[in-house]
Design a protein around this ligand. Structure first.
Ligand code: PAF
Length: 286
């Protein structure tokens, strides 16, 4: 059984009653923007294995989209999402309207925003998506305050988002354990994403070259090459010429700064545009 809730009050009442009736309740939150796929299903399943109640939020958050981004065309498939979430083990879907989340006639310039540190947002996706991570941190904080979960589950595909949320939880003392979940891939290696729906079959083939580039880096790194310039050149030679590279960066996990030499845990993140679709992927090398 899955319950679909659209208002904050109803969700809070439901959670309060659940906690009153279940003294050892462990609540898991899986924040999503809907268009649920196998990647989301893996987060929900992980929550269902860890928690006694799993809540999936489905909200295409307007504050994290730039003016020229795909907010209006972002897939909205609530009926299908309910089925996917139920199948994966969710108990509640929270699907609020923008008004419910931000108030009637809200304006992005007239709400309190949670702004992650500049040093974390001035790179990778934050370089071109101005204000994106303010929108993400704001809506995730709101969801954390509304649900007050014990655990929250995030995919590692959005590595910068995950890093920022982990930092935010620490800095703002949210009493929530963040569980990072591995990237789910198609057989071709293409990381599963809601935005893959925009791709034609041919474009999906080009898109799989993002992972081929990352895999080439991993292969040469394992052969002893640690210089990121050499690894970068190798990776680029594997990228489909139809893919317009936005970035391929090597980020030291310690300080989230770019690095020239792989020394410890390193995030290798790629972003490319195929047709009109912007895709991201990454691997982590230790
Ligand atoms: O990763 C996403 O789908 C979104 O950025 C999130 C975390 C649900 C916030 O809107």
């Amino acid at each position: 059984m899955i319950t679909v809730i659209h208002t904050i009050n109803e969700l809070r009442t439901h959670i309060k009653n659940y906690r009153d009736e279940n003294k050892n309740a462990q609540i898991g939150l899986i924040p999503t923007m809907g268009a649920l796929h196998k990647g989301h299903a893996s987060l929900i399943t992980k929550s269902a294995q860890t928690c006694s109640l799993s809540i999936v939020s489905v909200f295409v958050n307007p504050t994290q989209f730039g003016v020229n981004e795909d907010f209006s065309k972002y897939p909205r498939t609530l009926e299908k999402d309910i089925e996917v979430a139920k199948e994966a083990g969710a108990n509640i879907i929270f699907a609020p309207s923008a008004e419910e989340m931000y108030g009637k006639g809200y304006s992005k310039d007239f709400i309190t925003l949670v702004c992650p540190p500049y040093d974390l947002v001035n790179k990778l996706c934050g370089k071109t998506r101005t204000g994106h991570f303010d929108g993400v941190a704001t809506v995730v904080s709101k969801l954390f305050n509304i649900v007050q979960p014990d655990y929250a589950f995030f995919g590692q595909k959005d590595a910068q988002q995950l890093y920022i949320i982990e930092k935010m939880v620490k800095d703002l003392n949210f009493n929530i354990k963040i569980i990072p979940c591995p990237i789910v891939r198609e057989d071709s290696g293409l990381a599963i994403s809601s935005r893959n729906q925009y791709l034609s079959e041919k474009e999906k083939e080009y898109a799989s070259s993002l992972f081929k580039s990352l895999s080439a880096i991993e292969k040469y790194y394992k052969q002893g090459i640690k210089n990121t310039k050499a690894l970068f050149d190798t990776a680029i030679s594997m990228l489909a010429k139809e893919a317009q590279l936005e970035y391929l960066d090597f980020i030291d996990y310690e300080n989230f700064e770019k690095t020239d030499i792989i020394k410890g845990r390193t995030l290798i993140a790629i972003c490319a545009i195929i047709g009109s679709t912007r895709l991201i992927d990454n691997i982590v090398l230790e």
